[in-house]
Design a protein around this ligand. Structure first.
Ligand code: EPS
Length: 391
């Protein structure tokens, strides 16, 4: 079974968020400390609301791990909620004034309910705790093959860092990002962005963010060119847009490609024998406008994804809305919420993008055990390197 799949379950204020991952190879090391570090990182960030002072997210492995390694069965992880009040009608009163931008109105109409709470318990971004756990688990496989993901906040409003991650500097940038309270790998931009978030909070308003994910070390040939939805661009795009509050996804140069001619957009190819051992197999590019993906497949260059997150849709100041129970014009409801969750979303996106790379990796190399996967990868890389004779 080589199809890697991830499902989640759980309500925001129910007993737990749950993640089921099928298709990890037997014998793969499962690094619980790494998964927990990702869960804790997802909780951080300046602008997060009071809920994160209640929760202490940690992965509880329910199935699929034996003595630190993946078994033959699916992996099941629970992240327990501390704030459990799903069945308490007093602490979960009906929400009848939908928040513009939230799932409230569309969901209430879809499920024929005037209580938006029926919808928001599941649409809540709390669900991303489960997806982060599953993505981090899949990264334990990628790391065995030197494939690493790095997500960060580029900025918001009028503050954007010009940091440029490369295979050589991304670990240094990661250390700077981890020291930033807003997830930006640039101390000066971090401070300015924190001020923007503080200003928004004072104005009872909210902030979104521009987020980037770079994946280093992926070999060429992951993905598909012949089946639209199996193109790795399509899978990554869907996974990114599947994260709450994400409104756009771009690959490499993204929408900018429309403003330039082909000669300025496409990344010229040259063969560098000294770099045959790297993920490019020696097929080097001076630029990476394609963002590591050509024809729906990895080309050996870093995968580069940019996503825009909308500002949090729960505004303390409210927005014009309608009471679903009475039909009267009303200010939208306020529920405890975040002012900015871009740093958290950058952790989620790092893990969901990595999951899609892991999925494509499993599809290409197959194998039921880690030993078998390793043999397949080695055989493929040897064949790919032997394809072109170095002059
Ligand atoms: C969210 C609303 C808030 C956030 C939540 C996402 O939850 P609560 O109403 O319980 O304060 O805290 O995010 C998380 C709980 C989390 O762990 O990320 C929403 O409406 O999506």
């Amino acid at each position: 079974m080589t199809a890697l799949e991830l499902r989640t379950a759980g309500e925001s204020h129910g007993p737990a968020m749950v993640c089921l991952v099928e298709g990890l190879p037997l014998g793969m090391p499962f690094d619980l400390d790494f998964v927990n570090a990702e869960l804790r990182r997802r909780q951080r960030g300046y602008g997060r609301g009071a809920r994160q002072r209640i929760e202490e997210d940690a992965a509880e492995v329910l199935a699929g791990v034996r003595q630190g390694r993946i078994t033959a069965g699916p992996l099941a992880i629970a992240v327990r909620n501390q704030d459990r009040r799903l069945d308490d009608p007093v602490r979960t009163p009906p929400v009848t004034r939908p928040r513009p931008g939230h799932a409230d109105l569309a969901g209430s109409l879809k499920f024929l309910s005037t209580d938006c709470r029926d919808v928001i318990e599941r649409s809540s971004a709390r669900e991303t705790a489960a997806r982060t756990a599953g993505g981090a688990a899949a990264r334990c496989l990628l790391r065995e093959f030197g494939i690493e993901a790095f997500g960060f906040v580029r900025g918001a409003i009028d503050v954007f860092t010009s940091a440029r991650p490369t295979p050589e500097n991304w670990r240094d940038l990661r250390a700077i990002r981890d020291a930033s309270e807003v997830g930006v790998p640039d101390p000066e931009a971090s401070e300015r962005l924190a001020s923007r978030i503080r200003e928004a909070k004072e104005a009872k308003d909210t902030v979104g963010g521009l987020i980037e994910v770079h994946v280093f070390g992926a070999p060429p040939g992951l993905g598909a060119c012949g089946a639209g939805l199996e193109r790795l661009d399509a899978r990554i795009g869907a996974a990114v847009l599947g994260v709450q509050a994400i409104k756009s996804v771009e690959i490499g140069m993204g929408a900018e490609v429309a403003r330039h001619r082909g000669s300025e957009v496409h990344d010229a190819i040259r063969l560098d024998p000294a770099r045959r051992a790297t993920s490019s197999l020696g097929f080097e590019r001076q630029t990476n406008h394609a963002g590591g993906l050509e024809g729906g497949m990895t080309n050996g260059m870093p995968i580069v994804i940019t996503a825009a997150m909308k500002p949090i849709s729960t505004l303390l100041r409210g927005m014009p809305s309608v009471d679903l129970a009475t039909g009267e014009p009303q200010t939208s409801a306020y529920e405890r919420s975040d002012v900015c969750a871009a740093a958290a979303a950058s952790v989620v996106l790092e893990n969901v993008v990595a999951f899609e790379v892991a999925r494509a990796f499993r599809a290409k190399f197959g194998g039921d055990s880690l030993a078998e996967v390793r043999a397949q990868v080695d055989a493929y890389l040897a064949m790919a390197r032997g394809l072109t004779t170095v002059p």
